[in-house]
Ligand binder design. Structure first.
Ligand code: GLA
Length: 395
C-alpha cells in the first residue's frame, strides 16, 4: 500500500516536473533533483565501538525503521547489543540483555546477543567422527564442547558491509573460520545477514561453505526480556513453542538420543503459558537443566520457514514471534544468570531475567545417528533462516 502510494506520488512528480519543464525551461535542474529524492524507511549507520586487546577495530551499526524499532549490532561476535521496540503505549525500550561497552563483552559474557558457531549447543566430550577420523574440540562446558569452543564465532571480529532497499536495511557479516580452528576441520566461509524491515521483522540468514567435510550449526543467542525492564524476572512472560516433542538430556545436558512427548509434562508449550508456570515442578529434566534449557523438536519439518515460537509480555503488550526453517529450538530460561553480571541500566542481571529462543539443529548431532545431519560437504551450501517479528497486543 505504502509502495503503491509512493509510486503514485512518484508518477505525479514526474508528470508535474514535465509540465514544469515545458512552461519554465529555466527551472529544469531543480525539477529533476526533486524527482530523484529517495526516502528510505529503514536506515543503517556505522560508528566505531573501540578495539579488541589484539587491536582489531570494532564497528557498531544502528538499524532503524520508521515504526520505532532500533537495533545495534557490532562486528565483534555479530552481537546484537540493543534492540528497542515500542510497548503498547508506543514507548520504545531495549528488550535484549547485554552491556554498554565492548570491554565488558570481552571480559565475560554468557553469549549475550551473539552469533554462535561453528556449532551452536553441545558436542559430547568435544569429540566426533567424520569418515572414521576422530576430531577433538575444546571442552569448555565441563567435559563437553559448547557453542564453538574457547574462541567461537561470538568472540571474533566479523567483516561487515551494508545494503538497503526502500523497505529494509541489511548488515552483512562475514568470517573465514580456518581449517582446524577450535579443532574443526575445513576452512569455512560464513556469512550472516541481519535484515531489519519496515514490517518490523529482523531476519537472520546464515550461509556457509567449506573446503573439507565438517559440521556446522549456527544460531543467535539473544536474551530477551520483553518487559523492557531488566530488573524484572521473565517468569511472568508467556511462551508458546510449536513442538509436540522435545529432547531429554543427561546430567551434562547432552541428549539421551530419545525424543519425548511434551504431553503431560512441564515441556508442553503448545499453547501459551507463563515461563514460571511449571518451572519449579518436580521433574527430573527440569532438575538437570536447572529450569528450561532444552531443545524442542519443531513441528512441520521440511516445509521451510514456519512458525516456531512466540513470547508475550502482558504488561508491555510486546509480542515476539519466531519463524525458522531449522528443525529445533533451544529454549533457555536464563538459569545461569545469577546477579553477578552488570546490566545496561546500572543494576545486575538476576536469575531468569532473560530467555533465549535459539533456532538450530539438535545438540550433539554429530554423535547421534538418528538426528538430522549437521554435516557440510565441499560444494554444498549451508543455508538457514530465522526471523523475529515484533508487535504489540493491546487488550
Ligand atoms: C545455552 C546453553 C545453556 C547455557 C547458555 C549460556 O543456551 O544451552 O546451557 O550454556 O547457552 O550460558
Amino acid at each position: 500500500m505504502k509502495y503503491l502510494k509512493r509510486c503514485i506520488y512518484g508518477l505525479a512528480l514526474v508528470f508535474f516536473s514535465i509540465l514544469n519543464l515545458q512552461c519554465k525551461p529555466e527551472k529544469k535542474k531543480e525539477a529533476v533533483e526533486t524527482e530523484t529524492v529517495v526516502t528510505k524507511d529503514v536506515t543503517i549507520e556505522k560508528r566505531s565501538f573501540g578495539e579488541t586487546p589484539e587491536k582489531e577495530k570494532v564497528a557498531i551499526y544502528t538499524l532503524k525503521n520508521t515504526n520505532g524499532i532500533e537495533i545495534n549490532i557490532m562486528t565483534y561476535g555479530g552481537i546484537i547489543t540493543s534492540l528497542k521496540t515500542p510497548n503498547k503505549k508506543g514507548i520504545s525500550e531495549d528488550i535484549v540483555l547485554g552491556y554498554n561497552s565492548l570491554d565488558e563483552y570481552i571480559k565475560s559474557s554468557p553469549y549475550f546477543g551473539a552469533i554462535i558457531g561453528r556449532y551452536g549447543n553441545r558436542i559430547a566430550k568435544g569429540k566426533f567422527k567424520i569418515d572414521g577420523k576422530t576430531y577433538t574440540l575444546a571442552t569448555n562446558d565441563g567435559e563437553n564442547h559448547l557453542h564453538g569452543g574457547l574462541k567461537g564465532f561470538d568472540k571474533v571480529v566479523w567483516s561487515a558491509s551494508e545494503e538497503t532497499t526502500d523497505n529494509s536495511a541489511s548488515l552483512i557479516l562475514s568470517y573465514l573460520s580456518k581449517d582446524m580452528e577450535e579443532g574443526y576441520p575445513g576452512n569455512i566461509d560464513v556469512t550472516v545477514t541481519y535484515t531489519l524491515t519496515n514490517e518490523n521483522t529482523l531476519e537472520i540468514a546464515y550461509q556457509a561453505t567449506t573446503d573439507k567435510t565438517t559440521v556446522v550449526n549456527l544460531t543467535q543467542h539473544s536474551y530477551f526480556n520483553l518487559s523492557g525492564d531488566f530488573s524484572k524476572s521473565i517468569l511472568d512472560q508467556q511462551v508458546q513453542i510449536n513442538a509436540d516433542t522435545y529432547i531429554p538430556v543427561d546430567q551434562t545436558l547432552i541428549p539421551t538420543g530419545e525424543l519425548a512427548t511434551v504431553e503431560g509434562t512441564p515441556f508442553d508449550f503448545r499453547t501459551m503459558k507463563t515461563i514460571g508456570k511449571d518451572i519449579e515442578v518436580a521433574n527430573d529434566q527440569l532438575k538437570k537443566g536447572l529450569g528450561f534449557d532444552h531443545c524442542w523438536v519443531l513441528n512441520n519439518q521440511n516445509i521451510g520457514m514456519r512458525f516456531a515460537a512466540k513470547a508475550y509480555d502482558p504488561t508491555s503488550g510486546r509480542v515476539l514471534e519466531v519463524t525458522t526453517d531449522e528443525p529445533g529450538i533451544q529454549f533457555y530460561s536464563g538459569n545461569f544468570l545469577d546477579g553477578t553480571l552488570p546490566s545496561k541500566n546500572g543494576g545486575t542481571y538476576a536469575h531468569r531475567s532473560g530467555f533465549c529462543l535459539e533456532t538450530q539443529h539438535y545438540p550433539d548431532s554429530p554423535n547421534q545417528k538418528d538426528f538430522p545431519t549437521t554435516i557440510l560437504k565441499p560444494g554444498k551450501v549451508y543455508n538457514s533462516k530465522t526471523s523475529f517479528k515484533f508487535y504489540v497486543k493491546k487488550e
